[in-house]
Write a protein that binds this ligand. Structure first.
Ligand SMILES: *Cc1c(COP(=O)(O)O)cnc(C)c1O
Length: 225
């Protein structure tokens, strides 16, 4: 099967499943954005996704995202690019220049670098704070207990408007527990949007309030290793 046909069919199936999960939860499907995670996918597949009408993409590395999207953006001014992987402070300038949304804000040093880059470039990517809901040592993100103070600093010290919270649940635990926790943290802290859910669990995420789901393999097929 050609990439173009398969990806168009995958995309429609995902949109249908999201709509059904939203309907079952009494939600408006229009409130949920399908983010196609294009890391380690081929050029052909990226073009197939564009041909299918997909415009919102997630990437987890700045350099790879530049290679994938800098030229394609010229032909598609309505693209929306989201950074969903860890960001080093020394890449903040490049990230601000490329991305429309940065979902992995999780420390003051990075906030300072983003503020500086945003002021210098006059660009204001929308920002999400990553929360380490499973409190895993190896995982990025703000610990739940530290979130209120962190959000207060992001708003007061750096002047950021925080659009949403993002999480990546521990692989060995039921994702729903983490999605529910992220939703609770968002309500308690006055944050409007929730980036949660991947190929294996996006329906659960929609049921628990996700406003964007980050789907890679179920959209494009397996990634290059
Ligand atoms: C790779 C990745 C995804 C997509 O994962 P799939 O299981 O392929 O859908 C989602 N979120 C983040 C943060 C990722 O790094």
């Amino acid at each position: 099967m050609s990439d173009t046909f398969a990806i168009s069919a995958n995309r429609q199936a995902l949109l249908d499943t999201i709509a059904a999960a939203a309907g079952a939860a009494g939600r408006d499907p229009g409130d949920i954005t399908l983010v196609a995670v294009s890391k380690r996918q081929s050029e052909e597949r990226l073009d197939a996704a564009l041909a299918a009408g997909q415009r919102v993409f997630g990437e987890n590395r700045v350099q790879e995202a530049q290679a994938h999207w800098s030229a394609r953006r010229a032909g598609h001014p309505d693209l929306e690019l989201r950074l969903i992987g860890p960001l080093q402070s020394n890449k903040a300038e490049d990230a601000v220049a490329l991305f429309d949304v940065i979902e992995t804000l999780d420390r003051d040093k990075l906030a300072g670098a983003l503020r500086k880059a945003m002021d210098a470039q006059g660009r204001t990517p929308r920002l999400y704070v990553q929360v380490n809901t499973g409190e895993e040592d190896q995982k990025a993100g703000v610990a739940p207990a530290e979130l209120p103070d962190f959000l207060a600093r992001m708003r007061q010290v750096y002047g950021f408007e925080i659009e949403g919270l993002m999480c990546i649940p521990p692989v060995e635990e039921p994702a729903g527990l983490h999605f529910a926790l992220l939703g609770k943290l968002a309500r308690e802290n006055g944050v409007a949007r929730l980036s949660m859910g991947m190929s294996g669990d996006f329906e659960t995420a929609v049921a628990l309030g996700a406003t964007s789901v980050r789907v890679g393999t179920a959209f494009f097929g397996d990634r290059d290793t």
